[in-house]
Design a protein around this ligand. Sequence first.
Ligand SMILES: [Zn+2]
Ligand SMILES: [Zn+2]
Length: 470
Amino acid sequence: MITIQFCGAAGTVTGSQHLIEVNGKRILLDCGMFQGRRAESRTRNREFPFDPKTIDAMVLSHAHIDHSGNIPNLVKQGYRSEILCTFATRDLCAAMLIDSAHIQENDALFLNKKKGRHRDEPDVVPLYTQEDALRSLDSFSSIGYDRPRLIAPGVTATLSDAGHMLGSAFVTLDIEDFEDKRHVRLLFSGDIGRPGLPILRDPKQPDGCDVLIMESTYGDRKHPVYEDDIRHFEQIIGDAYRRGGKILIPAFAVGRTQQVVYTLHQLARTGDLPNVPVYVDSPLASDVTNVFRLHPECYDDEIRAFMSQNGGRVDPFGFSRLHYTRNVEDSKQLNFLQGSAIIISASGMMEAGRILHHLKNNIEDPNTTVLVVGWQAEHTLGRRLVDGAPQVRIFGDMYENRARTEVLNGFSGHADADGLLAWVGGMAQRPKQAFLVHGEPEPAAVLAARMSAEQGVPTTVPVWKQKVTV
Ligand SMILES: [Zn+2]
Ligand SMILES: [Zn+2]
């Protein structure tokens, strides 16, 4: 008998966690952080729907916080076995989990300070500290793509390229079910990428499976063709340059920043980038760019060909006009820049980080362009700019929004509905049943209906904590 319990990212996008039980062993797929309203997030992340001490093995699909972000807490609460992932995922997690712990610590500090007259309430403790994050790294164990590894009696795990971010994988579990004397192949998609994305290979096509657990982030959407988005990107930068102001690109430090930098470098080499300096103003982005440089095994042919120019000495993430600013002083100097410049900075949704300083200094200048390259959640500053708010609050003060905001969705790392259906349709052996996770209820429901109708795969959308037998 094999059971699956959907412990997170069920009916929602974040908090990816699925528990497989077979042959008397418990295997956890992903241990992501749930990101939502503060109080709900705190309880959901603090309390696992299972006892971490009872888990026998864990496999991690990729480094994004909604898949990896609760690992330090899992280890803190007694998980003692291995965390299996790719080499790049381990190295990205080293930077990202410590950064995440830093945010947890700062949040707790802020809440405790704010307590004021409710001083007798107990102090808020961070979900995990930087020390917890560091300690959890001891449990990581890396393997290359397509190298099967026995993780529990009768259970072999294989990681294959999901084309979604550096090191991302979908997980194939080949299970010898001793009790029912059968072989079952269970496939967990993690997040599936979009063909044509810079740097990364396209998602690998699996041969097939018996049971599929698949993401459904964009289950009801269609993306434009990637090449059209690049022309649009070039055009926005050109127009902004002609107006003469700063071009601010708020970007998630991991993945998105490197895609934008590499794309700018490509435009610079073909002479299609205006002659302006480019700054990456985010310490995490600088660290993560170094991790990207260490993992050429994850690159696609296009970036390899790009690097092989000039006798193989081209750095895709560095060119003469590009500067990485690490310390606060260098970052502050950017305030005094004269003329046009491109500044790439985090956070991607403009809720925190150095991008706020650049917005504060430039948003009242009608020559400024804010180029949005990532999805903006509701109630964020990023969403307000996209919606054209006439005034916005930054660090507690109101500013006139005179900047021009441009939106480019082309860098999205997720396959759209047709992409996901083509990935399933390409399997020689279609799944006998599928479960859709990692999606809001509406896109998940739309995709589930299409999976059944177009691919003939009986598909359900499980609810949080639901347990099924397959
Ligand atoms: Zn992801
Ligand atoms: Zn995700």
